[in-house]
Design a protein around this ligand. Structure first.
Ligand code: ATP
Length: 609
C-alpha cells in the first residue's frame, strides 16, 4: 500500500516553503500552511479510504517542516562549512574557484552579495546552473526522507564517503531551489517566519500539548490525524490505560480567582492509589496512574480478585461498559472507616485476613456505553456517573462533593478535612473537561502544606478527648489541647491550664490507639456542673470535650499549624489554623508544656513576620 509521501513531490513541499517564507504576515503564512495540510489530508483520505487503521500520516512532511523538532532521526552533524566542503567535492570544483569561495565565505558580502550570511541561498545561487531545472521530475517525500536517514546514519557511523554519495545523487536530482530547502532542513533552520507552535497549532489544536508530552512528531501526526477529534477523546478507549488528569497546587486564597469567581466543587481528597476501572459486561481491568495493570489483584471477572466480586452487582443493568476514575483506598472493616496510606498497607495486595479491604472511591467517568465523555463538562459527566452504580459501603462509593463559591468555604472545608484526618481537599471546576495528564485543567489540590507553616513545634498538653462521629463513634479520635498558666505553679509545676485548640490529625490509627490506651485509666466524663479545677474552657463551656484528663496524668503532643487566629471557642481567645500532631512527646513531662506567656511571645513574633 502506498503512502501520501510516496506521491508527494519534494519540489511541491519546497515550493510551499518558498511561498510561506515570501509571504508577509503570520495569518497569511498560516493560511498557506493550512492549505498544504488540508491538501495532504484529502489525499490521505482518498488513498486510505479502505484502511482506516493506516499508519501513514503527515509525519514525512512535518519532520521536514520542523526539522528542529526531529527526535526520530539522529543528528546530521553538519554545519555550513562542512556542507560547503562536501558540495565542492561532489561537484569536483577547485577550492580556489569563484563558486567554491562563495560557498566557503558565504558570510562575506563581497562574494555572496545580497544573500550574504545565508548559506542555503548562496548554495542555491551557486548551483543554479549545476542542478537540474525546476521542470525536471522531482523525487518524492518518501525518498527524500530516506536520503536524510542515510545522511544521519552515515554521520553516526562517520562514513563521509557515503555522505558524499548521497549529496552527489541529490545535486544531480533536485533543483537548486530544492537544494536550498534541503540545506535548511539539514541545518535545522527553516527561516519560514512562523514559529514551531504555529505550525503545530495549524496542524491540530492539541498538537503542541501532545508534542510537549511525547517529544515525538511521529506520535503527534499519527494520533492527531483527524482535526475534529480532540486529544482527550482520542486517548480514551476501553481497556487501554490513559494518563489521568492531575491537580495543580493551590492555597485557599487562590482558589476563587482560579475558579473565575464561579461556583466550584470541593471533594474529599482520598489517600490511596489512583486507579481507573475499565469494565465491559463481565470483564474488568484496573490500571494505575502510570498505566500498570492490577487486574490480577483486583479481579478480571466477578469470580476473582479482591474487589470485583464485591462490586460487580452494584452496577446498574443499563451499564454495558464504562471507564471510571477514582482512588482505591483501604477500608478498615473493623472500624468501618477509610484508612490512610500512613497506616502502612498496600491496597493492591490486601489478603482476606487483613483489617483492610480495597474500596474504590469514584470521582469521574470517562466512558459510558461506548460514548467517550471526556469532552463533556465535569458537571455533565457527574450526571452520567450518578446512574452507573449503587454504592456499597467499603467497596465502591461516590467521592463526597459539595458546591462552594467563597474562600471561607474553602478554608472551612480544608479545616474540616484536617479535622477528619484527611490530607487536604480537591477543588474542581464544574465546567472543566477531562484532559488526560493535564495538571492545569481545572482541578486543584489544596493542602495545609501549601500554606507555609509558621507555627512549628508547639508542645501542648492533652486536656480532653472527643469521640469520633459516625463511623468512628465510640473511639476517641480528637483531642482538646491546652497551655499552662504560668502564675499557677505549685512546686514549679503549673496547676491550671487553658483550652487552646482541638486536633484530629497527623497521627496514624496505630499511634492514636497507643495514645488512647495509655490514657485509658485516666479519662473522666466532662460534667459541666462539676468542671475540673485544673482545666479552664471558654465561657459557656464552648469546645467542651466528651472526656477530660488530669493534666498531671496526661501527655504532651508536638503540634504544627499554619497560623494563630482569633477564636472565642477556646479560653485563650485564639486558636491554631490547620493544627496537626507531629509526634507524641512521651519523653517530655506534662509540666513542661507551653505556657500562656510563650503563646503571647509567639503572637508578637507572628505579627512581626
Ligand atoms: P500529583 O498526583 O499531583 O502529582 P501526588 O502524587 O503527591 O501529586 P497528591 O499531591 O497527594 O498526589 O494529590 C493528587 C492525587 O490525589 C491524585 O493523583 C489522586 O490520586 C488523588 N485524589 C484523591 N482524591 C481525589 C479526588 N477527589 N479527585 C482527584 N484526585 C484525587
Amino acid at each position: 500500500m502506498s503512502t501520501v509521501a510516496e506521491n508527494f513531490p519534494f519540489r511541491d513541499l519546497c515550493m510551499f516553503c518558498e511561498k510561506v517564507a515570501n509571504q508577509r504576515g503570520k495569518d497569511k503564512k498560516r493560511k498557506i500552511l493550512s492549505q498544504l495540510i488540508s491538501e495532504w489530508r484529502n489525499r490521505h483520505k482518498e488513498l486510505h479510504k479502505d484502511d482506516k487503521n493506516t499508519t501513514d500520516s503527515f509525519f514525512p512532511a512535518m519532520r521536514l517542516l520542523l526539522p528542529q523538532c526531529e527526535r526520530e532521526r539522529a543528528a546530521y552533524g553538519m554545519k555550513e562549512h562542512f556542507l560547503a566542503k562536501i558540495l565542492i567535492k561532489v561537484q569536483c570544483l577547485s577550492e580556489e574557484s569563484e563558486d567554491s569561495q562563495k560557498l566557503l565565505n558565504y558570510r562575506a558580502p563581497k562574494s555572496a552579495k545580497d544573500v550574504a550570511g545565508d548559506f542555503a541561498s548562496v548554495a542555491e545561487f551557486v548551483f543554479r546552473k549545476r542542478c537540474p531545472p525546476e521542470t525536471s521530475p522531482s523525487i518524492n517525500l518518501e525518498e527524500i526522507n530516506k536520503h536524510f536517514d542515510d545522511i544521519s546514519i552515515n554521520n553516526v557511523a562517520k562514513n563521509k564517503e557515503e555522505i558524499k554519495k548521497t549529496f552527489r545523487f541529490l545535486t544531480h536530482n533536485i533543483s537548486s531551489r530544492d537544494l536550498k530547502w534541503l540545506i535548511r532542513m539539514i541545518l535545522k533552520e527553516m527561516k519560514l517566519g512562523i514559529s514551531e507552535q504555529t505550525v503545530l497549532n495549524t496542524f491540530h489544536p492539541d498538537a503542541k500539548e501532545l508534542f510537549d508530552v511525547t517529544s515525538s512528531l511521529a506520535k503527534v501526526c499519527d494520533r492527531l490525524k483527524e482535526p475534529s477529534l480532540r486529544l482527550h477523546e482520542i486517548e480514551i478507549s476501553l481497556f487501554s490505560p490513559f494518563r489521568p488528569m492531575l491537580a495543580e497546587r493551590a492555597d485557599p486564597s487562590q482558589v476563587v480567582k482560579m475558579m473565575q469567581h464561579e461556583t466550584f466543587y470541593i471533594e474529599t481528597k482520598y489517600d490511596g492509589e489512583r486507579i481507573q476501572l475499565h469494565k465491559n459486561q463481565n470483564v474488568y481491568k484496573y490500571f494505575s496512574r502510570s498505566g500498570n495493570e492490577y487486574t490480577k489483584n483486583f479481579g478480571s471477572c466477578p469470580l476473582e480478585g479482591t474487589i470485583t466480586p464485591y462490586i460487580c452487582n452494584s452496577f446498574k443493568n443499563s451499564v454495558k461498559n464504562c471507564i471510571l476514575d477514582g482512588e482505591m483506598v483501604g477500608y478498615n472493616t473493623r472500624l468501618k472507616c477509610i484508612g490512610s496510606k500512613a497506616e502502612n498497607f498496600d491496597v493492591k495486595n490486601l489478603g482476606p485476613d487483613n483489617d483492610y479491604q480495597p474500596c474504590l472511591c469514584v470521582f469521574d467517568i470517562l466512558l459510558y456505553n461506548n460514548k467517550v465523555l471526556s469532552n463533556l463538562s465535569l458537571r455533565e459527566r457527574l450526571e452520567y456517573l450518578k446512574d452507573v452504580f449503587e454504592p456499597v459501603e467499603g467497596c465502591i462509593m461516590h467521592a463526597t462533593r459539595e458546591e462552594a463559591s467563597t474562600e471561607q468555604e474553602c478554608v472551612q472545608a480544608l479545616n474540616n478535612a484536617i479535622d477528619q484526618r484527611e490530607e487536604g481537599i480537591v477543588v474542581k471546576n464544574p465546567a472543566s473537561i477531562y484532559r488526560p495528564s493535564a495538571r492545569k485543567g481545572g482541578w486543584m489540590k489544596v493542602k495545609p502544606e501549601y500554606v507555609p507553616d509558621l507555627m512549628n513545634d508547639l508542645d501542648l498538653v492533652i486536656l480532653g478527648g472527643y469521640f469520633g462521629e459516625g463511623r468512628r463513634r465510640g473511639i476517641i479520635s480528637h483531642f482538646l489541647l491546652g497551655l499552662a498558666v504560668p502564675g499557677s505553679c505549685k512546686e514549679g509545676k503549673p496547676q491550671v491550664f487553658h483550652s487552646f485548640t482541638k486536633v484530629g490529625s497527623g497521627y496514624s490509627i496505630c499511634e492514636l490507639y497507643e495514645l488512647v490506651n495509655k490514657l485509658n485509666n485516666h479519662w473522666q466524663v466532662y460534667d459541666k456542673k462539676n468542671p475540673p479545677v485544673s482545666i479552664v474552657l471558654a465561657s459557656g463551656h464552648k469546645e467542651k470535650p466528651d472526656l477530660w484528663v488530669e493534666p498531671s496524668k496526661s501527655y504532651i503532643v508536638q503540634v504544627k499549624a499554619t497560623e494563630i487566629i482569633k477564636s472565642d471557642r477556646f479560653k485563650t481567645g485564639c486558636t491554631l489554623r490547620f493544627p496537626r500532631v507531629e509526634k507524641v512527646r512521651y519523653d517530655k513531662p506534662w509540666f513542661q508544656c507551653m505556657t500562656l506567656s510563650e503563646l503571647e511571645d509567639l503572637k508578637q513574633q507572628a505579627q512581626g513576620k
